[in-house]
Design a protein around this ligand. Structure first.
Ligand code: NAX
Ligand code: K
Length: 211
């Protein structure tokens, strides 16, 4: 059965999973590992070329945490990863935990969204800025980063929801991340089936993360 959850329903489902004994940390690990496993499978079966460099654009919430799990798995596979933080360094507890886990790896960090970061070396861009926690308007500086990401000659992957797209209403901000591939966690979100949302999601895959 196809599950479609709003942001509030998603939070309730996560809480039920936690009440059954799964931790939020495990859910995040499952989300990140699930994405990385699917991406690596696509490399192995030739649907995607192995990237020279992957740029992961991180916000400060748990969507960023998922991105940081993916960073670890890709780095373990000797894929070069760069991280760009666009909402500062006060991360959610789980995002911080997964950032700390990157210490053994040689990963470049930046919070300067300079155009040069979006160069030809970057084959994939992963959007881990906003997921189901996005409310209100897209901050101007984040919109600028999304515009650079959308102009780059790279394959674009988003986690749960494209940044700039409201997952419940389908409202789109200017310069919403224009994904080729979207991984929805635990359930599709209403916007994935609305024309606006569909147009910014590309291929949508729903991953079971244990919720
Ligand atoms: N909660 C969980 O157990 C799990 C959550 N997961 C991930 O977590 C995401 C949701 O995480 P969060 O609830 O932390 O939310 P997000 O990571 O989507 O972002 C919320 C953060 O951005 C800020 N924010 C929201 N709108 C803003 C705006 N317009 N301008 C500036 N800042 C803004 C919020 O204050 C908060 O700090 C999901 O989409 C999914 O990717 C997955 O890890 C699976 C498990
Ligand atoms: K996202």
């Amino acid at each position: 059965m196809r599950r479609i959850y709003t942001a509030a329903e998603m939070r309730r489902a996560e809480q039920w999973a936690v009440n059954r004994g799964v931790s939020f940390e495990e859910l995040m690990e499952n989300a990140g590992q699930g994405v990385a496993k699917d991406l690596l499978k696509r490399i192995n079966d030739g649907r995607l070329a192995k990237p020279h460099c992957v740029l992961i654009i991180c916000g400060k919430g748990n969507n960023a945490g998922d991105g940081l799990v993916i960073a670890r798995v890709l780095a373990e596979q000797s894929i070069s990863v760069k991280l760009l933080f666009v909402l500062g360094h006060e991360l959610s507890e789980l995002a911080q935990l997964n950032l700390d886990r990157l210490a053994p790896f040689n990963i470049e960090f930046s919070d300067d969204a300079d155009e040069s970061l979006f160069n030809d070396e970057v084959d994939w861009i992963i959007d881990a800025v906003f997921g189901t926690g996005y409310i209100g308007e897209l901050p101007e500086h984040v919109a600028r980063v999304m515009a650079l990401a959308n102009q780059a000659e790279a394959y674009r992957i988003t986690l749960d929801v494209s940044t700039g797209l409201n997952c419940d209403s389908g409202q789109l901000a200017e310069h919403t991340f224009d994904a080729d591939l979207c991984y929805a966690f635990a359930a599709y979100k209403p916007a994935h089936f609305m024309p606006n949302g569909k147009s910014k999601s590309g291929e949508i895959i729903c991953l079971d993360i244990g919720v």
